[in-house]
Design a protein around this ligand. Structure first.
Ligand code: NAD
Length: 737
């Protein structure tokens, strides 16, 4: 065996050390899954072995779970759900056997007839935790940093190695629900409280404690294999247990709108599995596991939210050949909402930050934002006072541009005004070294135009953050016409240093994220001017999987801002600008009624200081309701309009070369504007539906509602050739592989 080492001590206790060679962390690769069977066979058949303790040889943790790279890779030798390419009945059987392999091996461990304990010395996630749940006893090191979790649901999967069956049998259905459905993690002390683990011992003594149990009390029968077993809290067939499922189903529906098969299938696996003996239960689990695994949602979510996110987080879009650029000092121009947030994340990453505003007072106010966040973190015990002070000492608020000297990078976050930006660009560049980069955080102004104020346009780039900066993980890097590859590489190094995920796009109005997100809000306005009741628009908007409805989101963005952008676009585009009926609704709201959105408490909704927002009654006068009721088909049509409108815009961005990598398009959409995560992103949505079907629907929508839905020529060509975005544009991915 290459992944497990077995040493039997003089008392006959076998210490099984899980240690995948050449990796810093254990994962359940195909070779590990095969060897679990060998380990069980040895424990069972070797007469010298009286019992066993399983631990990890890694200092990083016990096991991080399934190897999602193998699992998610389509068609690979270990990818599940494909049935090894065999057709029909035989293929299904093969798929089931492959999916059931680990479940079966863990069950064999549990029923091997000898006591087995897990000594958990670090994080145990997914299949890693499931391995320990199949042991008869669990000892975990006393370290609050250790996480025990079944995070599968977060990437659209179902815990498929006994997790949906053992966890509720240990802690009860109600208590287990958030750990199964949301992938919530528990610390050792919590796990002890829930009776998920049996002992928490000082770190380093877990193997000894586990051995002691095997030698002194070792019981080789799992609780659910005993005659007197009772499910904590009662099973689905008891009055209290059945209530849990009735309530749980309703809550699940409210949270997921039926968009996520994983959560639904987890619920079904638990419900059905708890009513049958354990061996049948795990077969039920495997069926739901495979069903979930084969869904387009799981494929899209694993690829985008795990694999692509991980690759982008390692700088996959970084041009090769430029030496690593360690950004140590950065000047942030403008200490407003964005500048203050940027200063904070930089200081958290250990970067010395000069925070400049028009006056010392304004700059100090900007630093105040970081002071507030640090204070909160200290009071919650997340940061020591000493560390907090050290972080704050890195931020130097000032009005003096001389202090830009020595900076490796400048981030410009002053007012969204060309003249102001041009002025600060000149002032800062006068102090900059030849090698330094200048990044603008503009949200709307094309980078190529802003670079005209620069004497070194090759080092001028867009570095677009999202608000609130400390919470949003994405940074959109924008290449101007003259921006160099070196500037790009250096910017990516900076973004990775502040622990954000970079995507790279080319210059365009609204770049990639704002441009596509804008279409969601605009389609909401189209629906409003079509006469749909606002409540229908926002309710269906939320049901698509977007974080909020389009009208709510419009209020959040600010109506006056969207009005200003529309006016500017009209000026810039001239004859090409297409006036829409909804423009007058916004104009009347902003100019006539002073309704600017959430920021002044008045938008499509009224926002009372204490209390819930309610729809503004005056809206009915500006946009009379003609459709107050919709049936299922009507709901589906609104859903399609809201999602396809964004997806077709993302496709246009590909055609225009605004974005070139499908992974960046999908990750950027979910992290940047909250595009419905169940789809895996707008590009995965199109690939999942298929270009041909997508184009057909878009053609119909264009005919019915207007040219905004017209599919670009690229999509038509892909439809004809039967291509996918990941197939056609996934070049970098293939090259890297
Ligand atoms: P803000 O109005 O909160 O802050 C701008 C700051 O710049 C103010 O503190 C102002 O005093 C300062 N400033 C103006 N002229 C200056 C000068 N000559 N020298 C130094 N400081 C000067 O604006 P914000 O929301 O922080 O936006 C800043 C930039 O970030 C804009 O370009 C905006 O488009 C962009 N942006 C905003 C968001 C957002 O959600 N607000 C998101 C992404 C990007």
């Amino acid at each position: 065996m290459e992944n497990f080492k077995i040493e039997v001590d003089s008392d006959g206790v076998a210490l099984v050390t899980f240690d995948v060679p050449g990796r810093s962390m254990n994962t359940l690769t195909a070779s590990v899954i095969k060897e679990v069977g060998d380990v069980v066979e040895r424990i069972k058949s070797d007469e010298a072995i009286k019992g066993a303790v399983i631990t990890s040889g890694k200092t990083t943790g016990f096991c991080a779970g399934a190897d999602l790279g193998e699992l998610g890779g389509s068609g690979g030798p270990n990818s599940l759900g494909g049935g090894g390419g065999k057709p029909g009945e035989e293929g299904l059987k093969a798929a089931f056997e492959a999916g059931f392999a680990l479940n079966k091996a863990f069950r064999a461990l549990e029923t091997c007839g000898k006591p087995v304990a897990a000594a958990i010395n670090g994080l145990a996630m997914g299949g890693g935790l499931e391995m320990t749940l199949a042991c008869h006893y669990r000892v975990v090191a006393d370290n609050p940093k250790i996480q025990l979790a079944l995070p599968e649901a977060k990437v659209g999967l179902l815990p498929g190695a006994g997790g949906t069956q053992r966890l509720p049998r240990l802690m009860g259905v109600m208590a287990a629900a958030p750990y199964l459905l949301e992938g919530k993690s528990m610390k050792p002390a919590e796990a002890l409280g829930f009776k998920v683990v049996h002992e928490v011992v000082p770190a380093g003594t877990e193997v000894e404690a586990a051995k002691t149990w095997v030698k002194t009390k070792g019981d080789p029968v799992a609780p659910w294999d005993k005659k007197d077993f009772k499910l904590p809290g009662g099973g689905p067939y008891t009055p209290t247990g059945s209530q849990v499922f009735i309530m749980g189903n309703a809550m699940l529906r409210k949270q997921t709108y039926g968009n996520y098969p994983a959560q639904l299938n987890i619920m079904k696996a638990v419900y059905e599995g708890l009513q049958v003996p354990f061996d049948a239960a795990i077969r039920i689990e495997t069926r739901y596991f495979l069903k979930t695994m084969m869904s387009p949602q799981a494929k899209g979510m694993i690829r985008t939210l795990f694999l692509s996110l991980q690759e982008l987080g390692k700088g996959s879009g970084r041009p090769a050949g430029v030496p690593h650029y360690d950004v140590k000092k950065v000047a942030v121009l403008g200490a407003g909402m964005m500048g203050a947030g940027i200063a904070y994340v930089q200081a958290m990453a250990g970067i010395e930050t000069v925070l400049i505003d028009q006056s010392q007072e304004a700059a100090d106010k900007g630093k105040g934002y970081a002071e507030g966040l640090v204070k909160k973190a200290v009071s919650r015990g997340k940061l020591t006072q000493e560390k907090g002070d050290a972080i704050l000492a890195l931020i130097h608020p000032t009005a003096d541009y001389d202090q830009v000297k020595g900076s490796d990078l400048v981030i410009e976050a002053v007012f969204e005004n060309r003249e102001v930006k041009a002025e600060v660009t000149k002032k800062a560049e006068a102090q900059l070294a030849e090698t330094a980069i200048f990044g603008s955080n503009t949200s709307t102004l094309p980078i190529t135009g802003l670079a005209k104020a620069s004497v070194r346009p090759a080092s001028f780039i867009g570095i677009h953050f999202f608000s609130p900066v400390d919470k949003m993980g994405l940074v959109e890097i924008i290449m101007g016409q003259e921006t160099s590859q070196e500037a790009l590489a250096k910017s990516i190094d900076y973004v990775l240093k502040i622990k954000k995920t970079p995507i790279v796009v080319n210059d365009s109005r609204g770049f990639y994220t704002s441009r596509c997100f804008g279409t969601f809000v605009q389609e909401g306005m189209e629906l409003l001017s079509d006469g749909y009741a606002p409540a229908i628009i926002d309710n269906v908007g939320r049901a698509t999987g977007m974080p909020r409805g389009p009208l709510e989101m419009h209020d959040d963005v600010a109506l006056d801002l969207s009005y200003k952008i529309a006016q500017q676009t009209k000026k810039d585009l001239g004859d090409k600008y297409e006036e829409r009926p909804f423009t007058t609704i916004i104009e009347k709201m902003v100019e006539g009624e002073g309704r600017y959105g959430r920021k002044n408490g008045k938008g499509f909704y009224d926002y009372p200081e204490n209390g819930q927002k309610t729809l503004w009654p005056g809206l009915a006068d500006l946009a009379p309701v003609k459709i107050a009721d919709v049936d299922k088909a009507g709901i589906e049509e609104i859903r399609t309009r809201l999602l396809y409108r964004q997806a077709v815009e993302a496709a246009r961005c590909f055609e225009e070369g605004v974005i070139v990598d499908p992974r960046e398009a999908d990750v950027g959409a979910i992290l940047g504007w909250g595009f419905a995560p169940w789809t895996g992103g707008p590009i995965s949505l199109i690939d999942g539906v298929g270009a041909k079907a997508f184009v057909e629907t878009c053609d119909r929508l264009a005919q019915q509602y207007g040219s905004r839905f017209a599919p670009p020529a690229l999509l038509r060509e892909m439809a004809e050739k039967g291509e996918t975005f990941y197939g056609r544009f996934g070049v970098k991915e293939k090259a890297a592989a």
